[in-house]
Design a binder for this molecule. Structure first.
Ligand code: SAM
Ligand code: DTB
Ligand code: SF4
Length: 342
């Protein structure tokens, strides 16, 4: 019996053994399964694009072992205070001018203070007024803060589980896995769309990768966006010397994410600048249908925009944007062609 039917409804009762069995399949069988699921839910030749901006950089009190922005690691990063609202809107306008329609703002905080949040709300309102979709990632939130973000017109909140509950303690000690699940609950409960995924290549096992996918796919509602990051090995972080992950293992996880969360956008996130065109193409074949577009991620370089444009042309892929419900009520998931101007 197949492990999943391509037309089946999304499930949130996956067992770890089922997910491991999906990951353990011969590579060609796994990609065939993922392709079937992908084509049942999406146009396979359209990719959603988001643009990222770090609105507050570095000096973070958390100890995430992968992160350039932790004050506990000796990295070369220059900390920067929370940007003025107008400066953020200037970058957003420029991104919009190049064709971007979703703007994601990241802050190196354990959690925002209410005063910080006031400034972020003004950014969200300003970007929303530009007609762009908005996403922020600010760390842990209270329910009241989640409400305020929703009221300001925020569309998505990014908060990653990062890895399995079992491996988590080897990477982060200053916030618990349950803290992350609690923030995701609060965000979902106020009606925000969730963006949640993890990082591969931190020394975790395949079972850990299955366990992380189980956490994500068994949430009460699948995250609308699932970023799969390949560890960017930043000098000065504890994970700098980590051995490179087998690229086919990365593709397997993308494919399994597609099978487990069939209607979610699976985002090929950090690490693309180190990936060959062929590896990225395999990820798209495995069901990845979203990327970060632009020269930088938060603090590290992203794949160059002209390289992305060429890759998309060579693969016959078009950039798409999912229209926000607010612009066309009842028309969510309507896909429109989205051309990036360089
Ligand atoms: N400070 C907030 C938090 O951690 O919740 C938001 C920003 S944080 C940089 C967002 C996510 O970026 C992390 O959860 C992690 O998954 C990803 N990330 C950070 N550094 C990374 C790296 N070196 N390689 C891959 N992903 C990374
Ligand atoms: C996500 O999953 N990846 C993005 C976004 N969400 C915020 C961040 C990647 C950061 C990569 C390292 C850096 O540039 O600092
Ligand atoms: Fe801080 Fe977020 Fe980096 Fe962790 S991932 S150190 S919380 S900025």
């Amino acid at each position: 019996m197949p492990l999943t039917h391509t037309t089946s409804q999304p499930r949130n009762d996956w067992s770890l053994d089922e997910i491991e069995a999906i990951l353990d399949q011969p590579f060609n069988d796994l990609l065939f399964q993922a392709q079937g699921v992908h084509r049942a839910h999406f146009d396979p030749n359209r990719i959603q694009v988001s643009t990222l901006l770090s609105i507050k950089t570095g000096a973070c009190p958390e100890d995430c072992g992968y992160c350039a922005q932790s004050a506990r690691h000796e990295t070369k990063l220059e900390p920067e205070r929370l940007m003025p609202v107008e400066a953020v809107l200037e970058v957003a306008r420029e991104a919009r001018g190049r064709g971007a329609t979703r703007f994601c703002m990241g802050a190196a905080w354990r959690n925002p203070t209410d005063r910080n949040l006031d400034q972020v709300l003004a950014m969200v309102e300003g970007v929303h007024a530009l007609g762009m979709e908005t996403c922020v990632t600010l760390g842990m939130l209270t329910a009241a803060q989640a409400h305020r973000l929703k009221d300001a017109g925020l569309d998505y909140y990014n908060h990653n589980l990062d890895t399995s509950p079992e491996f988590y303690g080897q990477v982060i000690s200053t916030r618990t896995y349950q803290d992350r699940l609690d923030t995701l609950d609060r965000v979902r409960e106020v009606g925000l769309k969730t963006c949640s995924g993890g990082i591969l290549g931190m020394g975790e096992s395949r079972r850990d990768r299955a366990s992380m996918l189980r956490q994500l796919s068994n949430l009460p509602a699948h995250p609308e966006s699932v970023p799969i990051n390949l560890l960017v090995r930043v000098e000065g972080t504890p994970l700098f010397g980590q051995a490179a992950l087998d690229p086919f293992e990365f593709v397997r996880v993308v494919a399994a994410a597609r099978v487990l969360m069939p209607a979610s956008h699976v985002r090929l996130s950090a690490g693309r600048s180190e990936m060959s065109d062929e590896l990225q193409a395999l990820c798209f074949l495995a069901g990845a249908n979203s990327i970060f577009y632009g020269e930088r991620l938060l603090t590290t370089p992203n794949a160059a925009s002209d390289r992305d444009r060429q890759l998309f042309e060579r693969l016959g892929l078009a950039f798409e944007e999912v229209e926000a419900e607010r612009t066309e009520p009842g028309a969510c998931n309507k896909t429109v062609e989205h051309r990036i101007r360089l």
